[in-house]
Ligand binder design. Structure first.
Ligand code: F6R
Length: 606
C-alpha cells in the first residue's frame, strides 16, 4: 500500500535512502517525503508525485544526514496533497514519523489532542502518532517510553518508522498487521516495508512480528514486544533474491520482463519440494470442506483451481474472493482454507485467514514473498520462488500459482485413483515441455500480437469469453486489460451471452474468445457456439485458438493461432496471450505500465 524505509549510518545516507524508497515505489506512488537528521537538525521535505521527481525537484540529495526515514504513499485517508504526505511531525518539531496501515481510532485520538491544544495540518489518520509521541515524551522524558505508551493506545494496523531530535542517532519502528523488516548491515541499519528497501546493501533481514518494536542505531539494534516490553532475540533471515533479478535487464518494462520469466517459473514450480506438496495434498484430502481463497488476480487463480480440482479430483472446492470470505464461507476444524497471495500481505486475504483460524480451520498458502505475513500465519506454506515481481500488475506470480495448483490437483487425482500413473506422468511431461512452448510463443508471436493490440487499441469495450477453465482465463485476461490499459473488459462464461449480454453486441463492443484445443471436443464445440452467436449479430470476434491449418478461420474477425498442445497446458498458453494483449494495448495507449493508476503491489488495507 505505502512504502516505508529508514536508514542509519556513520556517513551521509541520503543517497541510500533514495535508492531504498525508489525500490519500494511499486507499493504506492502518489506522493513522497523524507525526514533527514544531522546532529539534532531535523529536515522534513515532502510533495505529491513519484519518488524520482520528488528527489530531483526538491534537490533532496543535496541535504546531508546520517539518519533518515522516507515514505512513498498510496492515499487511503485524505486526498493526494502535500499536507497529507508523510512524514508528519509533532507540534514541537521533535518527532518525524512515517506510517503504513490505518489507525482506526484516529478520530477519537485527534479530537482529544486538539482539545489539549495540538494543531493538525493534514486529514490523515497518521498525524495523531507524532502528536501522541510529543505528549507522552513531555510526561516520561523518554522517547522509548513515549513510543510504547503511544503504540498501546493505537488501534488498527500500522508499520511505523520514526526519528526524534531527542535521540539523533536512533530509528524507532514498530508493527502491527502491516509488514516491516529490519536490514542488518555492518555499517548501516535499515527498516523497510520489505527487503527491496535494503537488498542493494545487505541480505541479512529480521522479520518483525505483530506488537514488536525496534530501536536501531548504526552498530546495534534491539527488538522488544510493546505489550510486555520484553526483549526478543530475533533470528536473521538470509534473503535469497539478489538485487540484479529485481532489475529490468534490458526490458522496457518490468511487466514484459516478468511475462518473459514465466517459462522459468514453471521449472521452479516443478522443482518444489515434493514432500511439502504432498503434505498440502494430504490436507486437502482429509478436509471435510476446502476453499481456495484469493483476491484480484489470485481470486482468478482460485477460480482456475476450482475448475481444475473439479475435473481432475472429482471434488468441488469453491473459490471465494478473500473480501467476501467471512460473509459467505462456513468453516470449522475439519475445513481447509488454502489461500493464494503473491505479496503475502493482502489485508483481505489476511482477514479471511484470521476468520478461518478463529473457527479452528486448517490453513495453507501459496505465496511468493518469503517472510510475508500470510506465509507465517498459515499451518503450511508453499513458497513459490518465482523471484521478485516488481511490476505492480501480477503476471508471473499468479501464473506460477496456477502451475503449482495444477501439480497439486494432479497429485491428489493420482492419490484418489482418479487418474492412472500413465496419465499423471504424461501431464507432468506436458508441464515440463510448457516452458519451451511459451518461450517460442514469446519469441515468435509477440510482434504479431503487438500489431493486433495496436490495431484495436482504440476499442473501448471488450467482452472476454471462455467456457470451463477458460472462463477464469478470460476473467484474468480481462483484469490485466483493465488494470494496465484502463480499457473496459468484461470477463464472462460463454454460456452467459444468451442470457442478456448478446443485447450489447454492436460495433462498439468487441469480443475475444479463448477457445480450447479441438481434442477437448465438448468444450470446443460449445465455445465455438458462443462465437457463432456473436457473429450472427455481426459482432467482432478475436478468436484465440489452437486450430493450426483448420477450416474455421472464416468464423473469426481476427485470430491468434497457437501451436497445438495438450489440454492440461492449453489454458496457460492462452493466459500468456491475454497478458501480451493487455501489455501491448497499454503501450499503444501510452499508459504507465509498471505503475498503473489506482493499484498497489500489496494492498494492505481493507
Ligand atoms: C492484479 C493484481 C491484484 C492482486 C491482488 C492480490 O494484477 O496485482 O489484483 O492480484 O491485489 O494481491 P496478492 O496476490 O499480493 O494477495
Amino acid at each position: 500500500m505505502c512504502g516505508i524505509n529508514g536508514v542509519v549510518g556513520l556517513k551521509n545516507i541520503s543517497e541510500v535512502l533514495f535508492q531504498g524508497i525508489r525500490n519500494l515505489e511499486y507499493r504506492g506512488y502518489d506522493s513522497c517525503g523524507v525526514a533527514l537528521m544531522n546532529k539534532s537538525n531535523l529536515m522534513v521535505q515532502k510533495n505529491t508525485g513519484g519518488v524520482e521527481e520528488f528527489f530531483r525537484k526538491g534537490n533532496i540529495l543535496a541535504t546531508k544526514g546520517k539518519i533518515g526515514i522516507a515514505h512513498t504513499r498510496w492515499a487511503t485517508h485524505g486526498t493526494v496533497t502535500r499536507d497529507n504526505t508523510h512524514p508528519f511531525t509533532s507540534c514541537d518539531g521533535a518527532f518525524a514519523l512515517v506510517h503504513n496501515g490505518i489507525i482506526s481510532n484516529y478520530r477519537f485520538l485527534r479530537d482529544g489532542l486538539i482539545g489539549e491544544g495540538h494543531v493538525f495540518r493534514s486529514e490523515t489518520d497518521t498525524e495523531v502518532i507524532p502528536h501522541l509521541l510529543e505528549k507522552y515524551y513531555k510526561k516520561h522524558k523518554s522517547v522509548e517510553k513515549a513510543l510504547v505508551k503511544t503504540l498501546n493506545i493505537l488501534e488498527g494496523t500500522f508499520a511505523i518508522a520514526m526519528i526524534s531530535t531527542h535521540h539523533p542517532d536512533q530509528i524507532f519502528c514498530a508493527r502491527r498487521e502491516s509488514p516491516l523488516m529490519l536490514g542488518i548491515g555492518d555499517e548501516l541499519k535499515f527498516v523497510g516495508s520489505d527487503f527491496n528497501a535494503f537488498i542493494d546493501y545487505t541480505k541479512n533481514a529480521i522479520i518483525m512480528e505483530d506488537d514488536e518494536y525496534a530501536i536501531l542505531s548504526r552498530d546495534s539494534y534491539v527488538v522488544k514486544n510493546f505489550l510486555t516490553q520484553e526483549e526478543i532475540v530475533k533470528p536473521i533471515t538470509k534473503i535469497e533474491w539478489d538485487s540484479e533479478t529485481a532489475k529490468k535487464s534490458g526490458y522496457p518494462h518490468y511487466m514484459l520482463k516478468e511475462i518473459y520469466e514465466q517459462p522459468q517459473t514453471i521449472n521452479t514450480a516443478l522443482e518444489l519440494d515434493s514432500n511439502l506438496m504432498n503434505e498440502v495434498v494430504d490436507m486437502i484430502d482429509v478436509s471435510d470442506k476446502a476453499y481456495f481463497v484469493g483476491v484480484g488476480s489470485t481470486f482468478y487463480v482460485a477460480k482456475f483451481s476450482e475448475y481444475l480440482f473439479s475435473s481432475l479430483t472429482d471434488s468441488f472446492i469453491p473459490a471465494v474472493s478473500s473480501d467476501e470470505f467471512a460473509l459467505l464461507a462456513k468453516v470449522d476444524s475439519k475445513s481447509l482454507v488454502l489461500t493464494l497471495s503473491q505479496s503475502g500481505e493482502t489485508f483481505d486475504t489476511i482477514s479471511a485467514l484470521k476468520f478461518a483460524k478463529s473457527k479452528g480451520a486448517m490453513t495453507a498458502a501459496v505465496v511468493n514473498v518469503m517472510g510475508s505475513s500470510i506465509s507465517r500465519l498459515v499451518d503450511k506454506v508453499i513458497l513459490q520462488g518465482s523471484g521478485p515481481e516488481i511490476c505492480v500488475i501480477s503476471t508471473k506470480a499468479a501464473f506460477a500459482q496456477m502451475i503449482i495448483l495444477t501439480i497439486l490437483a494432479l497429485k491428489l487425482s493420482l492419490k484418489r485413483k482418479k487418474i492412472k500413473r500413465r496419465e499423471y506422468d504424461s501431464s507432468i511431461t506436458a508441464l515440463r515441455e510448457l516452458p519451451e512452448v511459451i518461450q517460442n510463443i514469446l519469441n515468435e508471436r509477440s510482434g504479431f500480437i503487438h500489431r493486433i493490440a495496436n490495431n484495436y487499441s482504440k476499442v473501448k469495450n471488450w467482452l472476454y469469453l471462455g467456457r470451463g477453465i477458460y472462463y477464469p482465463v478470460a476473467l484474468e485476461s480481462a483484469l490485466k486489460m483493465k488494470e494496465v490499459a484502463y480499457v473496459h473488459a468484461e470477463g464472462m462464461p460463454g454460456g452467459f451471452l444468451k442470457h442478456g449480454t448478446l443485447a450489447m453486441i454492436d460495433q462498439d463492443v468487441n469480443s475475444i474468445v479463448f477457445i480450447p484445443p479441438r481434442s477437448d471436443k465438448k468444450l470446443y464445440e460449445s465455445t465455438i457456439h458462443s462465437v457463432e452467436e456473436i457473429r450472427a449479430r455481426s459482432g467482432f470476434v478475436l478468436g484465440v485458438h489452437f486450430d493450426e491449418g483448420s477450416k474455421n478461420r472464416d468464423l473469426f474477425s481476427e485470430e491468434i493461432i497457437l501451436p497445438n498442445v495438450k489440454p492440461i497446458v492449453a489454458p496457460f498458453v492462452q493466459l500468456v496471450i491475454g497478458q501480451l494483449l493487455a501489455y501491448f494495448t497499454a503501450i499503444s495507449l501510452k499508459r504507465n505500465v509498471d505503475k498503473p493508476r489506482s493499484l498497489a503491489k500489496s494492498v494492505t488495507v481493507g
